[in-house]
Design a protein around this ligand. Sequence first.
Ligand code: HGY
Ligand code: MN
Ligand code: MN
Length: 407
Amino acid sequence: MNSPAAELRVDGVRLLSRLDELAARSAPGPGVTRLAYSAEDEAARALVGSWLREAGLQVRIDTAGNVLGTLPGSAGLPRPLLTGSHLDTVVMGGTLDGAYGVVAAIEVAESLRGRLRHDLVVAAWSNEEGARSTPGMVGSRAAAGTLEPAWLDSPDDDGVPLRARLGADVLTARMGPVEAYLELHVEQGPVLDTAGTVVGAVEGITGQLVGAIDVRSTANHAGTTPMALRQDALAAAAEIVLAIERLALDGAVRVATCGHIRVAPNVRNTIPGRVLLSVDLRDMSDARSEAAWSALVAVVAAVDDRRGTRSQLKVVSRVAAVDCDPCLVALVERAAAARGLGALRLPSGAGHDAQVLSMLGPVGMVFVPSVAGVSHSPGERTESAHLIAGAQVLLDVVAAVDDQPRC
Ligand code: HGY
Ligand code: MN
Ligand code: MN
């Protein structure tokens, strides 16, 4: 790069107004609901595509639904710099999770146009959140070449397989190696906000084991069936939900959650005959997540014995914990200091496309504080000054890696 990044500034006003524009691409209701492959998701991706073109990038949508903008570099180097995040949200999520990293990446491309030796690719990864009980990080996994073909044919909550949403050649979305992947994201936890520190230099990203439990029995009449003759699938599931929580409370795994439940036939006067539960286990040690899952399998077997239910458990997806590249962690700290911003090293308790993209090259993440640590909720919020500061740090890190790819 032929000029110090110090003189370069992102357009903070445009960054904030674009976040508001994206927030409006949502289904009705509290917060932002922009599920992968929904009309709202399509609208957001079209908007981002127009912003990328406005910034002078060549735009394409790959076979996994990733929106990719490319800014050619001056030196014809083999491996591009890659930055971005995702546009899809959870149900009733916030305005920043994912969208912030995409909008900031466009600002970075706008500011660095004509100044980079490397090509710069800006990405909006598809289906990071795992909408409708699909495995998450679908777009980035396709890019990294780690999308499991079997996932393409398993129906989601609406009975639609990924293959029907993405087409047959989704596996051709695989990308080549990159010089570095950098992602800017709100922390989604309380660490930076509690410490009063603006920038997080992410050291590592948590591993995840996502499971599904199908608890089956025989539905029966709620009025005539004596308690001793019941096989209540929901009462059994309630024990299992508490056992999931207990795994984390007893320290077997960092966090454990059942966030999604479906009951059949789900009517007041019928003893439930079937319950589907989700399991979300997270830890920086993949071995601990696996051991916690094995412990849960044993608990479910004991519940089945006692209650006469019949449960089936399966691992839906796994994503390994990854360490961010130490050079990039140090660069984030240096870029923050150069802007007079405090920085803190911390792990990410949330999963991110970056952990999947570590297959393509070194990854780094920049966090900014989430007020009260709230995320995946309409209450998700970050101070405007912090949003702009984070984008500035991302710009500086991209410029620094372009100058000096290896520390
Ligand atoms: O679940 C996660 O951590 C991310 O928001 N997909
Ligand atoms: Mn999320
Ligand atoms: Mn996210």
